[in-house]
Design a protein around this ligand. Structure first.
Ligand SMILES: NC(=O)c1ccc[n+]([C@@H]2O[C@H](COP(=O)([O-])OP(=O)(O)OC[C@H]3O[C@@H](n4cnc5c(N)ncnc54)[C@H](O)[C@@H]3O)[C@@H](O)[C@H]2O)c1
Length: 341
């Protein structure tokens, strides 16, 4: 079994979940050696140091220079994701789990992909819902033809496109077998003019968003997000012969209505140590060892970002747009600067 030296950049809330994920890995020996945070005296960094005995750094460049890391998790706020990925790739790290959103622009995402290709680094983006048992089961049922031909996937959650919305966009892509998006139309509302919230203190954000995406396989994705959403992460897959619902607030986590039958499906009991993050990390090890292709690969992270930028840009232009989306900047930020939202 191979050994991997692991470090985490950004030691806040989600870093703790990554750390637990590494601890549970079964397909490799993990040496969790270091963490970097601009606030090393903060509760998160101190907790990780106490629990895992890791060395703490204030500057991740110093950590990367000293620790000869094989795998790095990037768990900072979004605007650092690109720069930290480039730095880790430059230090020859073999694998990176970069938290969502991948970056704040397609230009950044492309730089990250290019740098990792050059250094031979496997870059994955933390769209961890791809590992949720109910989502995996729903995709399997669609593939088996349980609801006939898939026509529409509706996805819904609270918060904004660049925060939890990126999970919704990415999961629609996953449920649709990662088909190519062909066109997008979107609208956003930003009446609260928020600049920074919770774990995205460095971001501007909208209050509500709607996106409609047409895919090459004829499926339409419908994204509804934001302030007036009343549930987290609900999905509905509509086919010619049935419907699958994921995370209904008042029923089983996965409900199938097809062939005049209704049934629920419950994930088998998993060991308490298990989490989607743990699966995400184990699949990274499998990918590094040539036994798998990671479902959260960087190109999939970029695709979710491209759809999000397309929704912003479509809202700005009041028109549907064809792919590829050409905007290279953080479109929402430009809209605010130019006074179009
Ligand atoms: N995959 C998921 O389901 C999931 C869940 C929660 C958060 N996230 C994502 O993870 C990221 C972090 O979220 P969080 O909830 O952990 O936020 P957080 O505020 O709890 O932690 C972020 C940490 O990063 C540190 N940091 C910021 N800039 C840094 C830099 N340049 N160098 C080193 N450290 C730096 C901060 O000091 C802080 O400790 C966000 O992008 C968020 O969207 C993903």
């Amino acid at each position: 079994m191979n050994t991997y030296r692991v470090g985490i950049i950004g030691c806040g809330s989600i870093a703790g979940v990554h750390a637990n994920g590494y601890r549970a890995v079964r397909n490799a020996q993990i040496e969790f050696v270091a963490g970097a945070d601009i606030n090393p005296k903060g509760a998160g960094a101190q907790r990780m140091s106490a629990e895992y005995g890791i060395r703490l750094y204030e500057d991740y460049h110093e950590m990367l220079g000293k620790e000869r890391l094989d795998v790095v998790s990037i768990c900072t706020w979004p605007r650092t994701h690109c720069e930290a990925t480039l730095a880790a790739a430059a230090h020859g790290v073999k694998g990176i789990v970069c938290e969502k959103p991948m970056a704040v622009s397609l230009a950044e995402a492309d730089q990250m992909i290019e740098a990792c290709e050059k250094s031979g680094t496997t870059l994955v983006v933390g769209h961890v819902h791809r590992f949720a048992p109910h989502a995996v089961k729903a995709r399997e049922l669609v593939r088996q033809g349980e609801i006939g031909k898939l026509t529409l996937i509706w996805g819904h959650c609270a918060l904004d496109l660049m925060n939890n919305g990126t999970h919704v966009v990415d999961l629609i892509n996953f449920l649709n077998d990662d088909a190519e998006p062909v066109w997008v139309m979107g609208q956003i509302d930003r009446h609260r003019r928020l600049e920074g919230r919770g774990n995205h203190p460095d971001m501007v954000m909208e209050d509500m968003a709607i996106g409609r995406v047409g895919y090459a396989n004829g499926v339409v994705g419908l994204i509804e997000l934001g302030e007036r959403a009343d549930q987290a992460f609900a999905f509905k897959l509509v086919g010619t012969d049935g419907i699958i619902e994921i995370n209904r607030p008042d029923g089983p986590k996965l409900k199938v209505l097809s062939g005049f039958r209704q049934r629920g499906w419950h994930a088998p009991d998993l060991p308490s140590i298990h989490s989607n993050f743990h699966s995400e990390i184990e699949e990274l090890i499998e990918t590094l060892e040539g036994r798998a292709t990671h479902r959260g690969k960087a190109q999939n992270g970029r695709r979710a970002l491209e759809i999000i930028m397309g929704i912003f840009e479509s809202s700005q232009r009041r028109a549907a747009l064809d792919f590829p989306i050409t905007a290279q900047d953080f479109v929402l930020e430009r809209m605010i600067r130019e006074g179009t939202i």
